[in-house]
Design a protein around this ligand. Structure first.
Ligand code: BYC
Length: 320
């Protein structure tokens, strides 16, 4: 917790000491402009990913194979909306607004996770997203519960609990398909084949090419590098794939006794950069749908603002 100090140099020393002591930085504390900007950048991208991430799975709500599966999927997609809300609120504590951030998303000035630019072609994709995409998200986000910025760290605690339920529903769905008919097993395998590599890309570029990692780790926004978390995820997934009776689509995947980790094959970084440039299979569809949803929701925002205004006026009169 930073306290008042006479000049910027001292403020900075207090900030640095708080970070070094693993204390939380809170909204009213002094913080370097670049720390603030980097947090807004990361939290906004994270929030955008949550709400864009609703689309690929929502695609299957009307076609879920049973009432139970439908109820679970609806709850999961609603959770993603909630995560977006916590995260936009955390970003707002840094002096930005949800409107401003959404505008940046809609105009392509801020990113969202590459993973959500891939299509959900079959019902098994809902399982693969839960197991792999939510699994990757948990691996990345559990350390963010210890992020140096208080509101982001606290939002992550609840997000991670919910992601953990999401991951398990995906795993259970895939297990059911894998143990089902031959066609169901093949559908599960096909989904894993398509989602495996994009899931590894979620962790971001390799450490040598990661523009922000070193500074973010020095500020304790990030606690681990992109490659460290990617490796952790691979090591977690290998035994889980075996239990599922499914194969990970990487002929180079093998245990390396010396490293104490699994080696894995090269990631297609050209594909990752193409997706980031807007040329993934579903980029246009996702952003068009998002802009449309925002326009469709304009009347709700107007009504809520009018109601809040009326409420304020009434309270003002009562207080007069
Ligand atoms: N996709 O210097 P780097 C979810 C960008 S939501 C797109 O390594 P950093 C879920 C990066 O932003 C999943 N862009 O950056 C939701 C930077 O660009 P800018 C989202 C990517 O920040 C619904 C540039 O590349 N999770 O789990 O140190 C349903 C250089 O990268 C990606 C989060 O956002 C990518 N994959 O590290 C189910 C978690 N990777 O900003 C699940 C919070 C990198 O300079 N975020 N970029 O224009 C983070 O932990 C970090 O921001 C990242 C990147 C690890 C993603």
């Amino acid at each position: 917790m930073t306290t008042m100090a006479p000049d910027t140099g001292s403020y900075e020393a207090v900030f640095d000491a708080a970070v070094a002591a693993d204390e939380r930085i809170e909204p009213r504390d002094w913080m370097p402009d670049a720390y603030r900007a980097s947090l807004v950048r990361q939290i906004a991208q994270h929030a955008h990913s949550e709400i864009i991430g609703m689309q690929p799975e929502a695609n299957w709500i009307t076609r879920a194979p049973s009432l139970r599966r439908k109820a679970i999927l609806m709850a999961k997609v609603q959770d993603e909306a909630g995560h977006g809300l916590y995260l936009y609120s955390a970003a707002e504590t840094l002096g930005t607004s949800r409107d401003e951030l959404l505008d940046k998303l809609h105009s392509g000035r801020q990113k969202y996770s590459s993973i959500f630019n891939y299509p959900t072609l079959t019902w098994a994709d809902v399982g693969a997203i839960g197991w792999l995409v939510d699994g990757a998200a948990i691996t990345n986000q559990v350390p963010l519960c210890r992020c140096s910025y208080g509101p982001y760290a606290r939002a992550m605690v609840r997000v991670c609990k919910e992601e953990s339920f999401h991951q398990r529903q995906g795993y259970e769905l895939l297990l059911t398909l894998s143990r089902g008919t031959e066609a169901q097993h093949a559908m599960a395998q096909d989904a894993v084949d398509r989602w495996w590599w994009p899931s590894l890309m979620m962790f971001g570029p390799p450490d040598g090419e990661s523009a922000h990692s070193a500074q973010s780790m020095a500020w304790k926004i990030k606690r681990h590098s992109n490659d460290e978390l990617r490796q952790r995820f691979v090591d977690i997934c290998v035994p889980q794939a075996e239990s599922l009776g499914l194969t990970l689509p990487d002929p180079d995947l093998r245990w390396n006794e010396e490293r104490g980790h699994h080696d894995f094959g090269p990631i297609d970084w050209a594909e990752f950069h193409e997706v980031l440039r807007g040329n993934g299979p579903c980029n246009d569809q996702r952003i068009t749908r998002r802009r449309q949803a925002h326009e469709d929701g304009a009347w709700v925002r107007e009504a809520a603002a009018a109601y809040a205004g009326k409420h304020r006026d009434t309270q003002g009169e009562a207080g007069a």
